[in-house]
Design a protein around this ligand. Structure first.
Ligand code: FAD
Ligand code: NAP
Length: 333
């Protein structure tokens, strides 16, 4: 049977933005509910070393950091629920959201901190070999490539970190980047380029992932019982248009992220890439009482600390919004 939950502040998402918003909202007596979504703890739960979150002199682990943030949010009184918001109606007051569980959430203010999800290239072969050698998470799947050869696509921080992580397991890691310059931080570039297990192929795009199809698909010539999975990549040099193939057992796509804003489309102002537009320097969206924090409204910085910072701002603004609502209600009595 479905339940209706009411709160002064509903927080959608449990990454650094959501957890920080929850800590501040709970301490402001807003009695927040935080809905954790499909990825409790957010993107940092799929990485290992975190070296740039202030307060920790030694390297810490992403999943541990998020456990701590959630524990802190709970400790100060946040109600944390496992559900995925599948529908939001910001045209009614209180705002009304529905969870995948069937539960209904009504709230006087909402903090959207749904973050971003890994982007895919959109190749048919990528879909065909998804889970059969194609991945977007080295920390989740790297272990399966012990002693094998893998490739990483992309040139940002994620791609370089994924490649470095994979050197712990794979015998060789080939990073393939569409330009001749990496976008990632210099310290990571130096580590990558100094690692003997790494080769970088510049100015090159992935055209097709090659491999043996799963049962039901066409078997390779001869119809052998080769296990399904990735065996290689067809590449194209973007400067010469020359094509080549390399042999790999797996490929990790690390080409950035898209904001998780599908359920809010048509209700909030968004940019062309689906990021929620906030009033510059604030978490205010186009609807009073709806705030956005973290990667969902930030395509520039996308760091745990900036997500946490904007989560704090969203909760402080939610507190002011609720106080104004209460003043208005008192004045009307
Ligand atoms: P996210 O962390 O993306 O969390 C989003 C949350 O929203 C999740 O809990 C998800 O379950 C929830 N959600 C989504 N949709 C719904 C829904 N419909 N209903 C309910 N909940 C929903 N940054 C650093 O500063 N240092 C690092 O070392 C670092 N390493 C990284 C390594 C990797 C591999 C990646 C991918 C990112 C890394 N980042 C790092 C970036 C950092 O993780 C992000 O900037 C940060 O997590 C963004 O926080 P967020 O709270 O905005 O969103
Ligand atoms: P990103 O910085 O947007 O980089 C994406 C990379 O993929 C770029 O090199 C881009 O190439 C490439 N790319 C994009 N689309 C492509 C396509 N269709 N085909 C081939 N290549 C493509 O994304 P990210 O690396 O996931 O990082 C996202 C954010 O999280 C960043 O702000 C980053 O700093 C942060 N982050 C931080 C850390 C850390 O602090 N240690 C770790 C991970 C992530 P171009 O360079 O040519 O555009």
């Amino acid at each position: 049977m479905s339940t209706t939950h009411h709160t002064k502040t509903l927080i959608i998402g449990s990454g650094p933005a959501g957890c920080t918003a929850a800590i501040y909202a709970a301490r402001a007596s807003l009695e927040p509910i935080m809905v954790r979504g499909l990825q409790p703890g957010g993107q940092l739960t799929i990485t290992t070393d975190v070296e740039n979150y202030p307060g920790f002199a030694e390297t810490i682990q992403g999943p541990w950091l998020m456990e701590q943030m959630e524990a802190q949010a709970k400790h100060v009184g946040t109600v944390i629920l496992d559900d995925i918001i599948v529908d939001a109606d910001f045209s009614v007051r209180p705002f009304r959201m529905t969870g995948d569980s069937g539960d209904v959430y009504t709230s006087d203010s909402v903090i959207i901190s749904t973050g971003a999800s890994a982007r895919w290239l959109g190749l048919p072969s990528e879909e065909k070999f998804m889970g059969l050698g194609v991945s977007a998470c080295a920390t989740c799947d790297g272990f399966f490539y012990r002693g094998k050869e893998v490739a990483v696509i992309g040139g940002g921080n994620t791609a370089v970190e994924e490649a470095l992580y994979l050197t712990n397991h794979a015998s060789k890691v080939t990073l393939i980047h569409r330009r001749n310059e990496l976008r990632s931080e210099k310290i990571l570039q130096t580590r990558l380029l100094n690692n003997d297990k790494v080769e970088v192929i510049w100015d090159t795009t992935l055209e097709e992932i090659l491999g043996n199809e799963a049962a039901g698909g066409a078997l390779p010539l001869g119809g052998s019982m080769t296990p399904p999975g990735v065996t290689g990549l067809r590449l194209k040099n973007v400067k010469t248009n020359e094509e080549s193939t390399i042999n790999v057992d797996g490929v990790f796509i690390a080409i950035g992220h898209d904001p998780n804003t599908g359920i809010f489309k048509g209700q909030l102002d968004m940019d062309d890439n689906g990021y929620i537009i906030t009033k510059p320097g604030t978490p205010l969206t186009s609807i009073p009482g709806v705030f956005a924090a973290g990667d969902v409204q930030d395509h520039t910085y996308q760091q745990a600390v900036t997500a946490a910072g904007t989560g704090c701002m969203a909760a402080l603004d939610a507190e002011r919004f609720i106080a104004d609502l209460e003043d208005q209600a008192n004045a009307a009595e």
